[in-house]
Design a protein around this ligand. Structure first.
Ligand SMILES: *Cc1c(COP(=O)(O)O)cnc(C)c1O
Length: 364
């Protein structure tokens, strides 16, 4: 060997592809490709962020005590069981880093969040893919994948990129069917968008079970994607193991301040949630009207909708047509979803505009 050799499992990783913000010809258009908050960020969070500019020479609090206390108070949780990360992506990686390695298997669903496979391969473990049931998580299929080598099951609920939601009893059944040594990671990046904010029971499981980790983020509903603030909640032993490998200062002071302020701005949270519920329902109704053209909206509980194209107009054609019309959405052929487009619920204007453009594309 005449040069450093990356581990073979690292070279098996297909790099993460982020949502685009410009068109093929470089125009900046409406970005409906990354599930960001179309209403922006809470003004209070913005002000708290700006206030941190006066003190840049100090490291952040490595324990993020104030932030963890604020999260605990807002959610009725125990601050000692909260771990933070540079986005919940870091927490998802910490779970794999602490609980899986070469020879181990890690399960995620087909059409699951792309980070799970990267986190799995990064530690030399083997991804195992459970088949879906019409794009939704199939608990029986997941349980059928469990072997003696299984160490982690990653489930996003609601799931990305499908928007589907597994109800409380399904999650309970999944947990009950797992051997106690298997870590169940419930990724709640979109939990705040669930209708009526019904819970899937994951947080209660994380409270009482020794093998459940729930992850949350400030990137979506709270409009702080730029600041990279996520967190996880689980049994003290889980959190303690992950602490050993986390980066000590992975979120900035400005970000921590902004997140604390964002939690307190319940008006902005409610406004965002109401906006999303209203326009997600409207969007799904409009897609239903294009059923003759083979379009179908997969039922979503998130801030985006997966539109499946089963008629003459393909998802690829619609993707390009929408880009020409000024809307970037997410087409995911690399994830086996060449037949669908994941479209973020935008502002009213963007949502109406993307539907008008789709009608034009399919000739409705
Ligand atoms: C967006 C997203 C995340 C989180 O991202 P961070 O910005 O790293 O917190 C996690 N899981 C899913 C399923 C997501 O869609």
């Amino acid at each position: 060997m005449n040069k450093p050799a990356p581990k073979p499992w690292i070279m098996d990783i297909a790099p993460y592809i982020p949502g685009r913000s410009t068109t093929d010809d470089g125009r900046t258009v409406a970005k409906l490709s990354s599930n960001e908050n179309p209403l922006g960020t809470s003004p209070a969070a913005r002000a708290a962020f700006a206030a941190a500019a006066g003190k840049l020479e100090r490291y952040p609090d490595a324990s993020a005590t104030e932030l963890r206390d604020a999260i605990a108070a807002a959610n009725g949780l125990d601050a000692a069981r909260i771990i933070y990360g540079n986005g919940s992506d870091e927490v998802l990686h910490l779970a794999a880093g602490a609980f899986a390695g070469p020879g181990d298997e890690v399960i995620h669903v087909r059409y699951g969040f792309a980070v799970y496979e990267i986190a799995t391969r990064r530690v030399g473990a083997t991804p195992v893919i459970a088949p879906d049931r019409d794009y939704a998580t199939d608990v029986d299929a997941v349980l059928a994948c469990v072997t003696d080598a299984t160490r982690i099951v990653y489930i996003a609920n609601p799931n990305n990129p499908t928007g589907t939601y597994a109800a409380r009893d399904e999650i309970a059944r999944l947990h009950a069917g797992l051997p106690p040594h298997v870590l169940l990671v419930l990724d709640h990046a979109y939990a705040e968008y669930i209708d009526g904010a019904a819970a899937d029971g994951g947080m209660e499981l994380a409270e009482r079970a020794s093998n459940v980790l729930v992850t949350r983020t400030f990137s979506k509903l709270y409009g702080l994607a730029a600041e990279r603030i996520g967190w996880g909640y689980g049994a003290p032993e889980l959190i303690e193991a992950m602490h050993r490998i986390r980066l000590p200062f992975s979120i900035t002071i400005a970000g921590q301040n902004a997140a604390i302020a964002a939690l307190a701005d319940t008006d902005f949270v409610t406004h965002t949630r109401d906006h999303n519920a209203r326009w997600r329902a409207w969007f799904a109704d409009e897609i239903a009207k294009l059923g003759n053209a083979g379009l179908r909206a997969v039922p979503s509980q998130a801030n985006f909708v997966l539109v499946v194209f089963e008629g003459a107009v393909t998802a690829e054609v619609a993707y390009k047509g929408l880009m020409d019309a000024g809307y970037i959405v997410r087409w995911l052929p690399g994830q086996g979803l060449a037949q669908g487009l994941r479209i973020t619920i935008g502002t009213e204007e963007e949502t109406r505009g993307v539907i008008a453009a789709l009608r034009g594309i399919v000739g409705a």
